[in-house]
Each structure stands twice: as C-alpha cells, then as structure tokens.
Design a protein. Structure first.
Length: 301
C-alpha cells in the first residue's frame, strides 16, 4: 500500500466510486480524494472524514478476488449460526454473502485485537457494507508511508526493525493470530518503525492445520528481507523457536526470543554422535591391542 503523492496536496476530489457512495450519503465520508492502490483483495482510497484524512478499503467480491487457496485461510474460523454454516457449505447466494462478511470481519477483529496487544497496525473506524475505514499511515511529511519494499535501510536500522518485527510477530502469536501473508509488501514504514497491514486472511494459530506452515513462511519472508541489509540475520531461526514455545504453552509477551533454536532431535543427534565417537575409540583401542599381541610389542607405559 504505497503512493508518492501527499493526501494534503490533493486539491480536488475524484468521482465517488459506487461502493463508497452509501458512506458518503450517510456522512461517514465527506469526500473521496484519490485512489491509492488496487490490490488482490481490495481497492484503497484516500478519503476525508470531516477534518481527518483516512483511507477506505473496499473489499473485492470473492469472484474478483485473486487470493490463492482461500479455503486454507478460512479453516478454523467459527460460524455460530447453523443456518450460516449450512448455506456456506452449499455455496448458496446467502452462503457466499455470509462467507464474505466473515472474511471482512476477520480483518477488523484481527486489527482490533493486535492493537490492544501492542502490535503497530492501522487504527480502524468501522466496516460498513464491505468498506473498512481506517487510519492512513503517513510519514513525517504527511505523505503516505512507503512499504518496506520501497525503502533502503542501513544495516543498523535493518537489525533494529527486524527485532521489532519479531517482537510484533511474537505478540501476534500470543494472541493466537498468524498473519498468513506477511512480507515486505504489506508492512509500512513510518517515522516510528514498521506498521503491519492487510490481515483479512489472518488465521487462528490453534485451530488452523496450516498455521505453523504459514507462520514459518511469514517469519522467514520478513527475515529474508531484512537480511538483504544485514546478512547475518539469515542465520536466525525465530520461526521454530517461537512456535516451539507456543506449542508448549510457554510463549508470553515477555518471552525472550533469541533466534536460536535447539530441537530435541538435535540434542539426540549430538548424543548419538558422541556414542559413535566413543565406539570408534573403543574399536581403535581394541585393534591396537590386537596388533600389539600379534607383533609382541609391549603395551605403552
């Protein structure tokens, strides 16, 4: 989510898109200033709400949305109504509508929970008819904050921001949330550091069978990005370290994470190697004794 123009520099509003017209009619949006970007699951607009500049995320319909393997992300999302669940399973018109609402509400819920947990995410102001009003993240000049993919970092800043991102990811996992599509393309950078965006595909870490795979991918993608500027970060293993603590019920917001992971399998391998070394030494000593017996050499003092 990035633009080079400042919302403060936009003097004229654009034609109101059809999906935003109801919010304009209800007074939730005063005017639409510009279109910020078009993504795989939504279009983003810069809007004015009274005296405040915000952004409006207009979710695309499922038939137009290109997000891959959506079923993997929706696994584990609870549906309280039996009628809803039956309709969704039959893929009826009502069922598809309900599935869209669950998809959209997942992001609103995740953003709210993560903000309360101390993760830097955009503040939300409500989701109406498939449109999410939220904070427009800007830089010091009032321009839209760039994505990580659009910035160059010093090694020192990369190390600092990577540590902060690992902390945020830890807090997310403590909340039972896995982003599911985390990369340098959906993290913004303002004057205070990284801001995580785009969470409609967020999954339940405990209820989704794909959660560990997605979590590992998220952590590794972010680490690979920062390792471009600080190569030694590529040697860290935060994904397995954090997930192991989570799986044991030992991960807390105060848990110290180091990026170093020792598995039980690794310890077992070390033990087996030591046993093999001892066996080789014993065999060598026996062979030396046999040789001495054949040659009649005396044993060394």
């Amino acid at each position: 989510m990035v633009a080079n123009s400042s919302p403060q520099a936009v003097e004229q509003s654009v034609k109101v898109p059809q999906r935003l017209q109801p919010l304009v009619d209800d007074g939730l949006i005063s005017e639409v200033l510009s279109r910020l970007m078009s993504g795989k699951e939504a279009d983003i607009y810069i809007v004015r709400c009274g005296d405040t500049i915000r952004c409006a995320k207009v979710y695309k319909d499922a038939v137009k949305r290109s997000f891959k393997k959506a079923a993997e992300y929706q696994e584990g999302r609870s549906v309280r109504s039996g009628r809803r669940a039956r309709a969704m399973s039959k893929r009826s018109s009502y069922g598809r509508q309900q599935q869209e609402e669950i998809w959209q509400n997942a992001e609103v819920s995740a953003l709210s929970r993560l903000a309360n947990a101390g993760v830097r995410v955009p503040e939300t102001y409500g989701c109406v008819d498939g449109v999410l009003l939220m904070e427009l993240v800007t830089d010091d000049d009032g321009d839209v904050a760039p994505r990580l993919d659009d910035v160059l970092l010093t090694e020192e800043q990369a190390v600092e921001d990577h540590a902060l991102m690992m902390h945020y990811i830890k807090l997310m996992l403590c909340e039972g949330i896995v982003h599911g599509d985390l990369s340098e393309f959906n993290v913004l950078l303002d004057a205070y550091g990284p801001v995580i965006i785009d969470l409609p595909q967020a999954v339940d870490a405990a209820a989704n069978n794909n959660a560990q795979k997605m979590f590992t991918r998220d952590v590794n993608k972010i680490t690979q990005y920062y390792a471009t500027f600080a190569p030694h970060l590529a040697n860290t293993d935060y994904a397995r370290e954090m997930w192991a603590l989570f799986a044991e019920g030992e991960l807390t917001p105060d848990s110290d994470i180091t990026g170093i992971y020792y598995s039980e399998e690794s310890e077992a391998d070390v033990d087996s190697v030591l046993e093999e070394i001892k066996a080789v030494i014993a065999e060598n000593e026996e062979e030396q004794a046999r040789i001495r017996g054949v040659t009649g050499e005396d044993e060394p003092d």
